[in-house]
Design a protein around this ligand. Structure first.
Ligand code: HEC
Length: 149
């Protein structure tokens, strides 16, 4: 028969053993890895060495807000210029009022429809899939020489 005092000792020993295996388990799998991908971990480590922990804002929201929307010129220079600088496939050329006049006459709504959906060789959104409608509108105004009706 096991006496109550003895069983307490057995249980205590068993608990200690269990605790040790739980604590040592991570070591048997190599180093303990912090949560997140390597890029996310790097992002949390700021230049001055202070650590931004998972779940904290880490200033990314402020950084995104500072970027703001792209101007019409920025969108043109990154996307539209590929065709609209030289007139590839008959694309109306930047600032060429003769080429833009009949298109501007259709009104901004019609030009935005062509821009968003594409028109013949003109690809939808002028290849800037991430541009907002406002950014695309600004680039149309920039290319066609000013706000259209
Ligand atoms: C791959 C070449 C290409 C790129 C890139 C491109 N366009 Fe075009 N775009 C064209 C062509 C070609 C036309 C003439 C289409 C036609 O009338 O058949 C055109 C026409 C247009 C028109 C006139 C549409 C109409 O209804 O008359 C607008 C507005 C326009 N593009 C805006 C843009 C904007 C804004 C961008 C950049 C965000 C852009 N395009 C990028 C080729 C391109």
């Amino acid at each position: 028969m096991i006496q109550p005092a003895q069983s307490r000792v057995v249980r205590a020993a068993f608990k200690t053993l269990l605790l040790c295996s739980v604590l040592l388990a991570p070591l048997s799998y190599g180093e303990v890895v912090p949560s997140g991908t390597e890029a996310q971990i790097r992002e949390r480590l700021t230049a001055d060495g202070s650590v931004c922990r998972a779940g904290q804002d880490c200033g990314t929201a402020a950084a995104a807000a500072a970027t703001g929307p792209k101007s019409g010129q920025q969108v043109y220079e990154k996307f539209c210029f590929a065709c609209h600088a030289a007139g590839v496939s008959g694309a109306p050329i930047l600032g060429n009022s003769e080429q833009w006049a009949p298109r501007v006459a259709k009104g901004m709504d019609a030009l935005m429809q062509s821009t968003l959906n594409g028109l013949n060789a003109m690809p939808a959104k002028g290849t800037c899939a991430t541009c907002s409608d406002d950014e695309l509108k600004a680039s149309v105004e920039y290319m066609s020489g000013g706000p259209a009706g």
